[in-house]
Ligand binder design. Structure first.
Ligand code: PLP
Length: 374
């Protein structure tokens, strides 16, 4: 049986979210229609908006008029990240060097993007952030720093970052895609202005994401059309997927503590079972309880991945593969990890569906693949 340890890439839908999506998929549900089925679609959409808002600690005040946060549904986390960046083309934008490619990839096209350093543990250098914000003469400044890193799991001191950014007159966007459903994310407490999330990382479907932002900010659309999502994201909403997204959010909120305890146990078991020669990225840092990026210097991650795959174990590498070329991870590069070590990095990311028995089997395969004596 396949052992799936790649939940940061995508995790399975919660069975209840899946069955809701299947049930709704065959139905005509256009929330812009006035008739009964349109109104039903609208109710499903608004219910999902509240469920997502509750998960992010901003529930209760969301909705029309007087709301202080707005949840705008998009077709992915990637789209939400692009939407926020497209609103700050005339600003100075500061991003960390370990952001997801949907943020960092934009630097290729926009010269107004500057990089904030991270230290060797993958944590944003707050002095560099202050220095760069202070030096910026721009009247409009956006800082985009992810809450938790998809490769290492390192968690940033987001509240402290928000205080710094606001002190220097900037606004803060945080890609919370990997944090949501794994650790508590309370946007109100964190004082984040804009945030991105994605359903398929915590039990919802692929193809549903959201940009959540404080209602005091006015954003312009990147997709123009029928004016859906308060005009910020036109296109008829995928109600079946969004309703499943909402239900997955509600379930994740209710199960958060339980899920954290389950994956933390697996992470501890894995890390204590690995050989001494294994280096775990960001080990001493506040990290996601489900993520371990393991380096085995001298070994090639791609070869190891294939060997794991042949043994029915799904993990991923820290390396990004583009145009057929495998480049070492930009995240490890930014942390100053030697290229040779970075090329050996494999990422193990658990969910609460995994078991200690699976970790045991994985360790046995690991010993064989890396030629370790048992
Ligand atoms: N941001 C982070 C940190 C991610 O890990 C991912 C997906 O891997 C995304 C954004 C993109 O989300 P989506 O797959 O919904 O486009």
């Amino acid at each position: 049986m396949m052992i799936y340890f790649d939940h940061n890439a995508s995790t399975m839908m919660h069975p209840k979210a899946l069955s809701l999506m299947q049930e709704l998929s065959g139905q005509i549900l256009n929330p812009s229609s006035i008739h009964t089925s349109g109104r039903r679609a609208k109710n499903l959409l608004e219910n999902a908006r509240l469920q997502v808002a509750n998960l992010l600690g901003i529930g209760g005040k969301v909705g029309a008029g007087g709301s202080d946060y707005i949840v705008t549904f998009t077709a992915s986390g990637t789209e939400a990240n692009n939407l926020i960046m497209s609103n700050f083309r005339d600003a100075d934008i500061f991003i960390s060097a370990i952001e997801h490619l949907s943020i960092i990839g934009q630097a290729k096209y926009f010269p107004n993007i500057k990089f904030i350093k991270v230290d060797h543990n993958g944590i944003v250098d707050l002095q560099d952030l202050k220095k760069q914000l202070e030096a910026s003469g721009a009247s409009k400044k956006l800082v985009s720093i992810m809450f938790a890193n998809n490769e290492t799991g390192a968690i940033q001191p987001l509240k402290e970052i928000a205080d710094i950014v606001h002190y220097y007159g900037g606004l803060l966007h945080s890609d919370c895609v990997q944090a949501v459903g794994k650790i508590e994310v309370n946007l109100r407490d964190l004082n984040v202005d804009f945030s991105t999330i994605s359903a398929h990382k915590f039990g919802g479907p692929v193809g549903a994401g959201a940009l959540i932002y404080s209602a005091k900010h006015h954003l312009l659309p990147a997709i123009i059309g029928g004016g859906q999502e308060r005009g910020l994201r036109s296109g008829t909403e995928n109600v079946a997927a969004i309703a499943a997204f909402g239900l997955a959010a509600e379930i994740a909120q209710g199960e958060l503590g339980e899920r954290q305890r389950a994956v933390k146990k697996l992470q501890a078991l894995l890390e204590q079972s690995l050989p001494e020669s294994a280096i775990i990225a960001c080990k001493s840092e506040n990290r996601l309880p489900n993520t371990s990026l393991v380096m085995m210097p001298g070994f090639d991650a791609q070869t190891a991945l294939i060997a794991f795959d042949l043994r029915q174990v799904a993990v991923s590498s820290g390396a990004a593969c583009s145009s057929g070329k495998v480049a070492p991870s930009h995240v490890l590069g930014a942390m100053g990890v030697a290229e040779n070590d970075a090329k050996s990095a494999i990422r193990v990311s658990f969910s609460h569906y995994n078991t200690e028995e699976e970790v045991g089997i994985f360790i046995n395969h690991f010993r064989e693949i890396y030629h370790l004596e048992s």
